[in-house]
Each structure stands twice: as structure tokens, then as C-alpha cells.
Design a protein around this ligand. Structure first.
Ligand SMILES: Cc1cc2nc3c(=O)[nH]c(=O)nc-3n(C[C@H](O)[C@H](O)[C@H](O)COP(=O)(O)O)c2cc1C
Length: 455
């Protein structure tokens, strides 16, 4: 009997900011604008994402208010306060059934035991729908809120991140799935043989364990990683199950994809354990010209100092406000913050011959991610090309303003992708891992099942 091969499906994350990804989103007449003070807005966003059958809702994070620049400029920034990701996602979990939740948490200012506990707990609350986006912190000002006078170096941050993640993964294997007997009659609560003590002693951390949260309903929370320099790519290949990356062109995305996949064997890993999902900023309408109008309208809301300030943040370089707007983008020293993003945007400026202000404008929405302006068919064509021609396994969709841009995508692009057989019409499973088609990890304290053995 002929076996039918299942068509490969793309995965989609809703990578959202409270008001929208565009720096001026909050000024749009139809946008949410209560950033970080309206739970109802976040509920609307999450439920819309679930209606669209997105794999997950994804929140970025930083832990500082920008104090660079004049008071007048700072007072115009819409992205200044927001919900802390773990708490808001924990609150959204019971209001959804299938949607996964990716919270960004840094390895630079946390302790692995605390973080392992929080994510394990979110996994219990959500019935196996949590994921940790491992970052090393791109915002140098975050350091000032964590008892330091300056940000740790790029290399040191990554060294700490690797040990940090090893501890977290170890702690998540503290309990076997069937460790808890809870037999009221005999009075035995758990089987001590099915509990595992980590006893980690390393350069940065000493953690005895075990974790005081039970085994995750999906084996362990999904590990996402965002960081794209050479070191960042090695960390992705070593640890990540989802790699979040930024690329302005198909060629860049394909180079990244090929490179990360080529690094996997060095860490004993295979392609089916990893999904690469670049950011994707769609602006969609019934006609190309309407879509362009939508794009232009949001761009027209960018105040000059705000456009400059968000570029400074994206590339980790300050004091750019004296540069002539119509002049070229000058050479800049490497940042100790978001190094890969800085290189990407400077390359974009060079390639597209952008003036300084044009670079500010190009950055204000997508911030170095792919931009697609067009009809649902055109946007879906672009996504299909990236997906089928070796640049990614899916996308982190970045709605320009909330809820309108997410709604446009859910109402028009998702049905087009579904019509093409490229995206699910129903969730495949109950856990995030099942929906992503990622293997359930084997607890390190158990032997791997023999090839061919029944699971
Ligand atoms: C796509 C992407 C998203 C990121 N998101 C965050 C974030 O939300 N918060 C944060 O502190 N750092 C974030 N980072 C920063 C990285 O963790 C890292 O500190 C920084 O990018 C420098 O490493 P790199 O040069 O390897 O990219 C992100 C990086 C990338 C590439």
C-alpha cells in the first residue's frame, strides 16, 4: 500500500508587544495604548492568536526604562512600561486551551533554580504549553537594576548562559513522570527512587536540587533561543528547540538556517529537534496600495527623536541624535549589547544606500526583521518562498499595532496559508511540544528506549 507522506507545515508564533511592534503603534487611533496596565487588552490578543491557531504567544523582555536622552524625548516613548512576561502569561494560560506561551528570561541576571521553577510552574498551570526564550540581555541599562555598574561582556554572558541552561535542564529532570503515588491509604506520597538530585557544582553556579516542582506535562518546557552572532549560533545549535532570529532578506535567513543546521551534529543533535523561526512583520490589506497606505500611515506617526531613540536601542549605540538626518550612516564600534542586530541593520543601510533617517524609518517597525507589505496572497507567497526554499520552519509574526494588525493576519493570511496546506486548521495536540512536532525529551536519568521498542 502506498504510504502518503505528510506535507511539512509551518509553525507560527505571535510575537507581540502590548500596543504593537511599531514604535508609534500606541498613537494609532484603533490601537491598544494602555501598555502594561490593561489585562483585558492582553486577553484579547491571546484569544485572537488562539483563534488563528498560532503555535504560541511570544513576549520579548528587557528590565530597564531608558534614561538616555532628554526628558522631552523620553516622554514620547510608548514602549516604556509593560507586564512582566511570566506573570502575564501565567494569567493568560487558563483563559486559553491550546496556545503556547513563550516568555523571555535572561540568564544574565537570574538564578537558574528560580527560573527553572517559574517555567516548570507555568508548564503545570498551562497543561504543558510553556517555553523559555533564553536571552543574555541586549539592553546594557538592565545591568544597573541588578547591582552592577556595567553590563557583562558578550563572551562572559554566553559562557554563563551555557552553564545556566545546563542547570535548568538538569533541574527539569528532577522527577520521573510517575514519581507521585499520592496513596491516601498507605500514606506514601512519592517514590524517592523516582526523584533525582542534580548536585551541580560549576564555575558560576552551585545548585543541589532537586526542583520543588513536579515533572513537566510535556517532558520539559520548550527551549527557545535568540542570539545570532557566531557564539549565539553555537548556543542555538547546542540547546535550542526553537531559534528566534532576525533577517531582512531571504538570503540572510537562508544563510542563517543552513549555518545553524550545519552546527547541530557537533552537539549530537538532528534537524528534527530544531525549528528556526525568523521574525516577520506583515502589513496586509485587500490591495497592494491599501497595504502601502496602512504602512505609510503608521510611519507618519513616528516622531523624529523617537525614531532615533528606537534605532539607538535596537543597535545598542547611543548619542546618535546629533547625526544629520539626510547624511550617511557612519561606521560604528561593535556594541556590547545586541551585536548581531547592529551588524544586520548597518548592513541593511549599506546595501539599500539608506540615509541615517531612512534607517531610523526602516527600523521603526520591523527592527531588522523581514517586512512584507501586500495582499494576503502576496504575503503568503513570501512566507511560502522562505518556508519551502530552505530559509525557515515558520515565523514569529510581528503585528504592527494591536489588535488590528494581528486581526488582519488571522482573518486573511492564515486562511490563505491553510488553503495552501501550509498551516494547521486544528491544533494537533494538547501540549506546545506536540503542536510544534518536537520530540518529548527523555529524562536524563532514564536509558533511551531501544530502537524499535514500544514506547
Ligand atoms: C531575534 C532576537 C531577539 C532577542 N530578544 C531579546 C529580548 O527580548 N531581550 C533581551 O534582553 N535580549 C534579546 N536578544 C538579545 C540576545 O540574547 C543577545 O544578548 C544579543 O543579541 C547579543 O547576542 P548576539 O550578538 O549573539 O545576537 C535577542 C536577540 C535576537 C537575535
Amino acid at each position: 500500500m502506498a504510504t502518503q507522506t505528510k506535507q511539512r507545515m509551518m509553525h507560527l508564533g505571535a510575537f507581540v508587544h502590548e500596543t504593537g511592534q511599531h514604535v508609534a503603534a500606541w498613537r494609532h487611533p484603533e490601537a491598544h495604548y494602555h501598555a502594561g496596565t490593561s489585562f483585558a487588552d492582553m486577553v484579547e490578543t491571546a484569544q485572537l492568536a488562539e483563534q488563528g491557531k498560532f503555535d504560541f504567544l511570544f513576549l520579548a523582555d528587557t528590565a530597564a526604562v531608558n534614561l538616555q536622552g532628554s526628558a522631552d524625548v523620553r516622554g514620547r516613548m510608548g514602549k516604556v512600561v509593560k507586564f512582566e512576561p511570566m506573570t502575564i502569561l501565567s494569567a493568560l494560560a487558563p483563559l486559553t486551551k491550546h496556545l503556547g506561551f513563550v516568555a523571555t528570561s535572561t540568564t544574565t541576571f537570574n538564578e537558574p533554580y528560580t527560573l527553572a521553577r517559574q517555567f516548570a510552574s507555568l508548564d503545570q498551570i498551562s497543561g504543558g504549553r510553556s517555553a523559555w526564550n533564553l536571552v543574555t540581555s541586549n539592553n546594557e541599562q538592565d545591568a544597573l537594576n541588578y547591582s552592577r555598574t556595567e553590563h557583562m561582556s558578550h563572551a562572559d554572558r554566553y559562557e554563563r548562559a551555557i552553564e545556566f541552561a545546563e542547570v535548568v535542564l538538569g533541574l527539569w529532570d528532577s522527577w520521573d513522570e510517575d514519581a507521585f503515588i499520592r496513596d491516601k491509604e498507605s500514606g506514601v506520597f512519592y517514590d524517592t527512587e523516582k526523584m533525582h538530585v542534580l548536585d551541580h557544582k560549576g564555575k558560576h553556579f552551585q545548585v543541589r536540587g532537586p526542583l520543588n516542582v513536579a515533572c513537566s506535562p510535556q517532558g520539559r518546557p520548550v527551549l527557545v533561543q535568540a542570539g545570532a552572532s557566531g557564539t549565539g549560533r553555537d548556543v542555538a545549535a547546542r540547546l535550542a528547540e526553537i531559534v528566534f532570529t532576525a533577517a531582512t532578506t531571504f538570503e540572510q535567513a537562508k544563510e542563517f538556517y543552513t549555518d545553524v543546521m550545519a552546527r547541530l551534529p557537533r552537539f549530537g543533535r538532528t534537524q528534527d529537534e530544531v525549528k528556526v523561526m525568523p521574525g516577520f512583520y506583515p502589513v496586509v490589506a485587500a490591495t497592494q496600495s491599501e497595504a502601502q497606505e496602512k504602512y505609510d500611515y503608521l510611519q507618519s506617526l513616528i516622531q523624529k527623536p523617537v525614531g532615533i531613540s528606537i534605532l539607538e536601542h535596537t543597535i545598542g549605540v547611543h548619542h546618535l541624535d546629533k547625526l544629520p538626518l539626510d547624511g550617511p550612516v557612519p561606521e560604528m564600534p561593535d556594541t556590547n549589547g545586541p551585536l548581531s542586530r547592529q551588524r544586520l541593520l548597518l548592513e541593511q543601510a549599506k546595501r539599500d544606500k539608506l540615509t541615517f533617517w531612512e534607517l531610523c524609518l526602516a527600523n521603526a517597525g520591523p527592527r531588522g526583521h523581514a517586512l512584507s507589505i501586500g495582499t494576503p496572497t502576496q504575503v503568503a507567497d513570501e512566507m511560502e518562498h522562505w518556508f519551502k526554499d530552505g530559509a525557515c520552519d515558520g515565523f514569529n509574526v510581528m503585528p504592527a499595532f494591536q489588535p488590528g494588525s494581528l486581526k488582519d493576519f488571522v482573518d486573511t493570511v492564515i486562511p490563505e496559508l491553510q488553503r495552501r496546506g501550509l498551516f494547521r486548521t486544528e491544533y494537533e495536540g494538547t501540549t506546545l511540544r506536540e503542536n510544534l512536532g518536537l520530540p518529548k525529551p527523555v529524562n536524563r536519568h532514564h536509558p533511551k528506549p531501544m530502537a524499535g521498542a514500544a514506547e
